[in-house]
Design a protein around this ligand. Sequence first.
Ligand code: NAD
Length: 497
Amino acid sequence: MHATITHWLNNTAFAGGSRVTSPVTNPATGEVTGLVALATVEDAEQVIDAAAAAFPAWRDTSLAKRCQVLFRFRELLNDRKGELAGIITREHGKVLSDALGEVSRGQEVVEFACGIAHLLKGGYTENASTNVDVYSVRQPLGAVAIISPFNFPAMVPMWFFPVAIATGNTVVLKPSEKDPSASLWLAALWAEAGLPPGVFNVLHGDKIVVDELLTNPKIQSVSFVGSTPIAQYVYATGAAHGKRVQALGGAKNHAVILPDADLDLAADAMVNAGFGSAGERCMAISVAVAVGPIADDLVAKIAERAVAIKTGDGTMDSDMGPLVTRAHRDKVASYIDSGEAAGAKVVLDGRKVSADGGVDGFWLGPTLLDNVTLEMSVYTDEIFGPVLSVVRVQTYDEAMALINNNPYGNGTAIFTNDGGAARRFQNEVQVGMVGINVPIPVPMAYYSFGGWKASLFGDSHDHGMDGVQFFTRQKAITSRWQDPSQGGINLGFPENG
Ligand code: NAD
């Protein structure tokens, strides 16, 4: 008998009326560890109604009180993040240090949101016309939806909910059904921090629930992160129902290594960025573009490092964990098959990995493919696994054309010792987040995270000032007050002050 993973409503677990569940597995053992409830439309309506009902009181709660709750949440999270990392590793598979890193990146957004009083200050123009002042305020939207992917079950929701809550909104989070428990741990932490009932709710489910969030008139905005086809669907459907939508999609991130680069630094970076979190990161580097004569050396240096990666159970002394499900593991392995069949050279073969973990774990070791060409599916598709492709080109311009012709535009990096080349790269590249000798350029919480092209639908990135603006609408007020000393209404002021 497996435990049922429930929804969360009004600061307590909520079973809902559905009997439909989806299995949650420990990817390191292959065992089913729980059954997550998949909500019905009626369950979803109940949660959305509660979030909408909690909005007026939370909107009117003073900034000082809202900040106190945020600070308490931050302290509790900081003290107990090891617990959350353990939950992430059990359901996602990433190693504990990666899980802890994910929580810390999410915590940065909570810390950013603790400064909301400063971030929400409006503008004021005195005497725009005689006795007329103009000013602006930002007000929360209402009940907002967050729909998140499996690969960062704590951090991705935390890109949004600290800012949404701090600005006075109420939240319905729809996590991935593959690793749903982190969201409930976070919900319980909010309750402990003193967040009133109904302000933060969790609704598990599939397309039925997503469609309800996209069409229910009580939901004011949708923040989505996931694959590009679903992001596109969420953006189009949500917008057609009058909602504000930010929908972040998939990625195919290239790193360009110029001939003058420090090849040891570049090889270290390729290994970390290609195989960290088993490549299940939207900012993972999946294509290393070797420019000019350095390709052989670069491939040798990457292979020598990657072969030392210990694949195994994330709770043990491993560098890289399993993939999230057996189906995903098999899909990634099939890309390696097809790359090999199409003529790519398999320098390091993750299909032959000997992993330190359960025999039924979803194992695939680091894989390095050389001589990858543009028509191969390992190049055209987002693989989302520990597979690094090396594409060889002769010039910087060829490398730039590769990136700018790619449909995705999430992250990219250049490795060089030439400041002028780096400067030209940052200017020309059609990608939202750019690293210079930095392989995974995820911006700090006070900047905003987001890609371009098929990596983001909508015009708002996450957190930073984009986040504050997304979760608030602006109101401009023009007011006229007659000055009593100029013959206006007598308010009883003494004549001479
Ligand atoms: P996914 O698109 O399968 O799922 C994302 C969310 O959408 C989940 O909550 C899921 O339940 C829901 N969903 C799935 N199918 C649906 C459907 N047909 N209709 C409505 N909702 C549906 O993505 P995933 O596999 O969980 O995550 C991996 C993907 O997320 C990768 O493509 C990765 O690049 C992307 N990602 C992007 C970013 C970014 O910042 N751009 C960050 C993390 C992950």
